[in-house]
Design a protein around this ligand. Structure first.
Ligand code: PSU
Ligand code: MN
Length: 305
């Protein structure tokens, strides 16, 4: 067994039976620039504590799989350049070679599950990239949702992805996709989209019960909860579409491929919106952390089990 390194706060929560919410670290190292990345990470952790749960930010540091980071570790990771991006394929090699890496949605789910954490909050998941019929670029996040029993709260999928194809793959893989409080599948920057979500739930207790029921049926995977961005933070589609198109054209021109595609696009969008996208990003991640904490607390409720 891989020894897990728990932060003092998470170790205490495990002992006391306090609800825990996992957080990924790729959003810190590859999703936002310093110093905003560490500021956001701290805010999100504080939101989870304010809701009565404990945050567990996950990363591999010098070959150790950390479940929960203290403030020094969080700051150091946020300042580091060239940190590896770890998905399912990379995690074992990074640990085995004593490396340091930030976990994506897929890798964070694996680590959370090892640590017995059932709920995880993030911004957006990876998915099927536009042009995947040629590039075959489909995130391992989707297959992870099909096989690892963690409920992931995200704000839908960014328009850097082909959202329709992403939903099709999730359906093929048998992943429940649950819009929270509305019928439409949220489109990351905006609450609505022309796509209807396969499932809708309005109550964190229902989401917790569905998580438990899935396991009781012998189904191995998790669930994707798509939580719409708060209204005040929405960015109109018309404003972002040309920016995303530019970012995509730049990526093609620069010959970006493989695991660099998503970080490149996130970085370009940040530059092109001069930080406006970051404001929305912060609001939606915090909103997702708050909902994830409610679901995690409901999972502690004997009625859910
Ligand atoms: N999408 C976002 N923000 C992110 C990511 C995706 O809107 O930060 C990150 C997450 O860590 C996600 C990863 O798991 O990128 C997906 O990368 P890839 O497409 O290479 O699987
Ligand atoms: Mn990819």
């Amino acid at each position: 067994m891989i020894p897990l390194t728990y932060s003092a706060e998470v170790a205490r929560a495990r002992k006391d039976g306090t609800a825990i919410v996992a957080l990924e670290s790729t959003i810190i190292t590859h999703g936002m620039p310093y110093p905003q990345n560490v500021e956001v990470a701290r805010l999100v952790e504080a939101d989870i504590r304010a809701a009565g749960a404990v945050p567990a930010t996950i990363a591999v540091l010098d070959g150790a799989l950390h479940i929960g980071l203290d403030d020094d570790q969080l700051t150091k990771l946020a300042q580091s350049k060239g940190v590896a991006k770890l998905s399912r394929a990379d995690m074992a090699a990074c640990i085995a070679t004593g490396g340091t890496g930030a976990t994506t949605v897929a890798a964070t789910m694996i680590a959370a599950h090892l640590a017995g954490i059932a709920v995880f909050a993030t911004g957006g998941i990876g998915g099927v990239h536009k042009g995947a019929e040629n590039s075959f670029d489909i995130s391992a996040d989707l297959m992870e949702l099909a096989q690892t029993a963690v409920t992931v709260v995200a704000a839908g999928a960014k328009a850097i992805l082909d959202v329709e194809k992403t939903l099709e793959v999730l359906e093929t893989q048998g992943v429940p996709v649950i819009a929270y409080g509305q019928d439409a599948f949220p489109a990351f920057w905006s609450r609505g989209s022309k796509l209807k979500a396969p499932l809708r739930m309005d109550d964190p207790a229902q989401i917790a019960r569905a998580h438990v029921t899935r396991a009781a049926l012998g189904l191995p995977g998790g669930q994707l909860v798509a939580n719409p961005i708060p209204e005040a933070a929405e960015i109109p589609v018309a404003e972002l579409s040309p920016i995303i198109a530019t970012a995509q054209a730049d990526a093609t021109r620069a010959g970006i491929s493989g695991k660099s595609v998503t970080p490149y696009l996130l970085q370009r969008i940040f530059e092109l919106t001069e930080g406006r996208s970051l404001e929305a990003n912060i609001a939606l991640v915090r909103n997702n952390a708050q909902l994830a904490a409610k679901i995690a607390l409901e999972l502690r409720n004997p009625d859910a089990n």
